[in-house]
Design a protein around this ligand. Structure first.
Ligand code: GLC
Length: 542
């Protein structure tokens, strides 16, 4: 077990993300809940993870599945009561698992009492907690778009004012230039620290310093000043882990967020690698450009080395399933899921496993009416309006909809995958009869046990945490290979990103090095089989 009183414990940790609505239902209402999570802690302990990033469980009208919070200090009743949350924190801690809560500080729900007060009039003390501009009903203050479609401005006739919302209309942005608002947020955070929460994931933190009049939405001029104040005022404990979600971060920004002096956050959670198969924005599909992906990884590995700390992830609740995306979710599902895991877990940073990734869960394809996600529904409408064909739009949705990641967790081959005894809130992927946790636990060659081994390796060999990074053969469109080195150890990671066998001579310096892990039973000299991966370890410098 990691000593979590030590600063930087999270550098040796592996985290697991739970999307509560889809994890485990305990009472048959078709929605996952906190008692359901508690009932699966033993499973997570078996996997070997050190912490759970819990997507929002707060009171919420669920316009964006809980990322629209109406009370930060209450639990959404279908998820359970505060006592359940307290039990989850305690039960997880017993198993060496920290609870890391999701903090949505950029916006609240329009049903939050602050916003309800704000609507009462310009003189109300809460009015300035949000971002308002005077105007007339037909002319928004400017043409800034909302991330979920339409204008970022919404008119309130009774006030003769527009409010700003970077996401849905029901997610008004909080005004971080108001010190009373900031204080209220810090007090709320302390409430959770006092309950025993050991860390926080900060939702779209790069948006808090926005200046909408200048059309600056992310990376505003006061962003880092705010993050530093937040860190000073709310994250005083040495052991707290803080993770900043920042879609806009480049390496330089990443260094600011995760500067080892600790004045901002423990680590950055950035998405640059996520655009290695995008023509422009997420809906513009392009084949994976492996050299681009590798260069991006290299830039971050080198750029933060000794100067910051990164998160390592392929999947989360906003992204499609990695095995369907960059692997092969048909014939080579098991091999490619393991290969992708190895490619990621060999790097420096803190790995995140998204629920079901450890089973190789896959994307889904549904008729448009069955998608639940607000972003997906809005994108469907807008892309059609922009002139894309129905076929194109649906191809983008199949590949990229956030709902790919939100189907219920597949626990067993029982009805509804063992997720619920009721009617699931969202479709269960029909492949649950084959892909499920029970089957994975029973099969020593499963993806689950491969992940468990990767997690254990990270704890056993300091090179995973400390080694420097050298990318091998950067231009190869088929193989992702790299080394990690410290004064005492060397690690070689080799991953075939294709479904074909390739000739592969072992790089110099690793002849005779010991095998750590592989997705094929025995090595075959000079050849990489379809989606093959392996790691070799050597003591001592080359
Ligand atoms: C983050 C969340 C996403 C949410 C958005 C608005 O990107 O991960 O799910 O919709 O912020 O809160």
């Amino acid at each position: 077990m990691l000593d979590k009183t030590k600063r930087g414990w999270w550098k040796s940790a592996v985290f697991y993300q739970i999307y509560p609505k889809s994890f485990q239902d305990s009472d048959g209402d078709g929605l996952g809940d906190i008692p359901g999570i508690i009932s699966r802690l033993d499973y997570l302990e078996t996997l070997g993870i050190d912490g759970i990033w819990l997507s929002p469980v707060y009171a919420s009208p669920q316009a964006d599945n809980g990322y629209d919070i109406s009370d930060y200090q209450a639990v959404w009743p279908p998820f359970g009561a505060m006592a359940d949350m307290e039990r989850l924190i305690a039960e997880a801690k017993k198993r060496g698992i920290s609870i890391i809560m999701d903090l949505v500080l950029n916006h609240s729900s329009d049903e939050h009492p602050w916003f309800r007060e704000a609507l009462k009039g310009r003189d109300n003390p809460c009015h300035d907690y949000y971002i308002w501009r005077d105007g007339t009903p037909d002319t928004p203050p400017n043409d800034l778009p909302a991330n979920f479609g339409g204008s970022a401005w919404e008119y309130v006739p009774a006030l003769g004012q527009w409010y700003y919302h970077q996401f849905a209309v029901k997610q008004p942005d909080l005004n971080w230039s108001n010190p009373r608002l900031r204080r209220a947020l810090y007090d709320m955070i302390r409430f959770w620290v006092d309950k025993g929460v050991e860390g926080f994931r900060l939702d779209v933190i790069d948006n808090i310093g926005k200046e909408p009049d200048r059309k600056i939405t992310a990376r505003g001029p006061k962003l880092h000043e705010y993050v530093r104040e937040l860190s000073r005022e709310a994250f005083r404990e040495e052991g707290l882990v803080t993770v900043g979600e920042a879609w806009s971060a480049d390496v330089e920004e990443g260094r600011l967020y995760s500067d080892p002096s600790g004045r901002e956050l423990s680590m950055v959670f950035q998405f640059e690698h996520n655009f290695a198969d995008c023509g422009g924005w997420k809906w513009d599909l392009a084949p994976l450009d492996l050299p681009k992906l590798k260069r991006c990884m290299e830039r971050w590995q080198k750029g933060l080395y000794g100067q910051g700390w990164n998160s390592l992830f392929w999947d989360n609740h906003d992204l499609p399933r990695i095995v369907s995306r960059w692997g092969d979710d048909g014939r080579y599902r098991v091999q490619s899921a393991k290969m992708l895991a190895a490619a990621l877990h060999g790097m420096q940073g803190t790995p995140y496993i998204y629920q079901g990734e450890e089973l190789g869960m896959t994307n889904i394809r549904l008729p448009i009416g069955e998608y639940e996600d607000i972003e997906t529904q809005n994108a469907y409408r807008e892309r059609l309006e922009q002139g894309y064909s129905e076929e194109d739009v649906m191809a983008s949705i199949y590949a990229r909809s956030r709902d790919n990641a939100r189907t219920p967790m597949q626990w067993s081959a029982e009805k509804n995958a063992g997720f619920t005894t009721g009617t699931p809130w969202f479709v269960v992927n029909p492949n649950y009869t084959e892909i499920n946790a029970e089957a994975a636990l029973a099969d020593p060659d499963s993806i689950f046990w491969f992940y468990r081994k990767l997690i254990a390796l990270r704890k056993e060999y300091p090179v995973f945490r400390d080694g420097d990074f050298t990318l091998l053969d950067p231009d190869s469109e088929r193989v992702f290979a790299y080394t990690r080195e410290t004064a005492d150890e060397g690690l070689l990671v080799v991953c075939n990103f294709t479904g074909e066998a390739l000739p592969y001579p072992l790089p110099a310096g690793f002849e005779g090095a010991g095998p750590l892990i592989s997705n094929y039973p025995a090595p075959e000299s000079g050849v990489l089989r379809p989606y093959e991966c392996f790691m070799l370890h050597r003591s001592g410098r080359r």
